[in-house]
Design a protein around this ligand. Structure first.
Ligand SMILES: *Cc1c(COP(=O)(O)O)cnc(C)c1O
Length: 457
């Protein structure tokens, strides 16, 4: 018989221990993230300008760099209780399989029907839209997780939900689409003929399979051209990182219960919301000089916005209708090569994380997709959970860190974010299982094309 394990396989929190406030890491940043700019005047976007597109309370949250805590409205706390706290799992089986002295934990956000962490912000955004008396919201979705999460939140609150879904996913993932429709959402493949910007993009690029940037442009246009509608976004924005801080706050509360202090915290990075949320309370301690942690963002080698991007003002969308954000970016015209299967395909990165990275408060690495799917497959067989390809970037990085500990004998504590499940990504898994998945790392010339489209600010 082996020794009894002192830390449980899953650390849960009691309802009474769940966070009652979100934490705004910007309040503790000395160098604040750069403000959103009006693309016409190049002046910082004002509350009045932003409220035409976003809900009032969300604009307040977006513009607030100083308030450290925001109360989570009781209705949202109650909704969270239906699927949270999410478990913090001690990966005993993975540690055993890797024969590593490292202690590995993951925070699993895939235990709700939408299958990812995105529901944490979807319910918050839908709640503020409802409270403002709006009829509905519009949004874009790429792989489909955000659209699903928003559909669930809108169904719960009785709001109309219009989703522009990147055309290639709309066609590749019909079941994602049907989940959204089952929750009552209206789903349109993007680019579409239903908006001016969609028609323009179709005229310039006939037969295009779409991109997140196009879908954002269409969703924004749909919001501003209908009475009683606003646009909502599932990542990148500072308000989304604020809502996602619930992940980090729960993680920290669970670790604190057992007196555990992590050494390394790892998360995958698309637009930065799960990573920003997971690291928030830890980064807060780091910024206040109370503790130090190694924090690692992991991105695909085929869409390397932090590791190879420019830190510059850029458009958030292809149609250039959105405000300019200062971020690590590959240029709003960048589209990952067609063989890219693993999500995390946005061209830019959250302004908050971009500033933290520029201030050397976190690190970033990129990984090729075959290595990511190899780690995903190992993880599924060892820990039982079928991970989302996005999440598997963090798995691979955590496994690599654990293997370094094996060499050095260090008993580091590694925490990573397991953001979701991979049930709707079986086309990508199929490619991997058939040995047909390939890697593509963009050349400097490929990237130069994206940089050439950066606006002059
Ligand atoms: C959307 C998504 C991501 C990436 O988005 P971030 O905003 O960077 O967190 C990662 N994992 C899953 C499962 C997702 O659905």
């Amino acid at each position: 018989m082996k020794e009894a394990k002192k830390i449980p396989y899953k650390i849960y929190l009691e309802e009474s221990e769940m966070p009652k406030e979100w934490y705004n890491v910007r309040a503790d940043m000395k160098n604040k993230p750069a403000p959103l700019l009006n693309p016409g005047t190049l002046e910082p976007m004002t509350f009045e300008e932003l409220r035409g597109v976003f809900c009032d309370e969300l604009v307040r949250q977006e513009l607030d760099d100083t308030t450290p805590y925001f109360e989570i409205p009781q209705e949202i706390q109650d909704f969270y209780k239906m699927y949270r706290p999410s478990p913090l799992v001690r990966a005993y089986c993975l540690e055993e399989a890797l024969q590593t002295p490292a202690k590995i934990y993951y925070k699993f956000e895939g235990n709700n029907t939408s299958g990812s962490h995105k529901l944490n912000s979807a319910i918050a955004q839908a709640y503020y839209a409802k409270k403002q008396g709006l009829k509905g919201v519009t949004t874009e979705t790429g792989a489909g997780q955000w659209g699903t999460a928003l559909s669930m939140a809108c169904a719960y609150l009785g709001l109309d939900c219009q989703v522009y879904m990147v055309k290639c996913s709309y066609e590749q993932k019909p079941f994602r689409r049907e989940v959204m429709r089952t929750y009552g959402a209206n789903v349109t493949p993007s680019p579409s003929e239903t908006t001016n910007v969609g028609r323009k993009i179709l005229a310039e690029h006939p037969g295009t399979s779409g991109s997140l940037g196009c879908a954002i442009s269409e969703a924004v246009e749909a919001a501003v051209s209908q009475d009683g509608y606003r646009y909502v976004l599932g990542s990148v924005l500072s308000q989304v990182l604020l809502h996602q801080s619930v992940i980090g706050l729960e993680t920290k509360a669970a670790l604190d219960k057992y007196g555990i202090t992590p050494d390394v915290i790892i998360g995958c990075a698309g637009g930065g919301s799960n990573l920003g949320g997971l690291i928030s309370p830890f980064m807060g301690e780091k910024l206040r000089g109370e503790k130090d942690y190694q924090i690692i963002a992991v991105e695909p080698a085929s869409c390397p916005s932090i590791t190879r991007g420019r830190y510059a003002y850029d458009f958030c969308d292809t149609g250039m209708v959105c405000p300019l954000a200062k971020m690590y970016t590959l240029g709003s015209g960048f589209i990952p090569s067609p063989n890219h299967a693993g999500g995390l395909r946005y061209h830019g990165m959250s302004s908050v994380l971009s500033q933290l990275y520029d201030d050397k408060l976190m690190e970033a690495i990129s990984i090729e997709q075959t290595a990511v799917f190899d780690a995903a497959t190992k993880f599924a067989r060892i820990e039982g959970i079928l991970p989302a390809p996005e999440s598997s970037h963090a798995i691979k990085a955590a496994m690599d860190e654990a293997m370094k500990c094996k060499e050095t004998g260090e008993e580091k504590t590694i925490v990573f974010g397991l953001t979701g499940t991979g049930y709707f990504d079986m086309v990508a898994y199929e490619k991997f299982n058939n040995g047909e998945m390939t890697d593509y790392i963009p050349s400097d010339d490929d990237l130069a094309k994206g940089f050439a489209g950066l606006p002059e600010v």
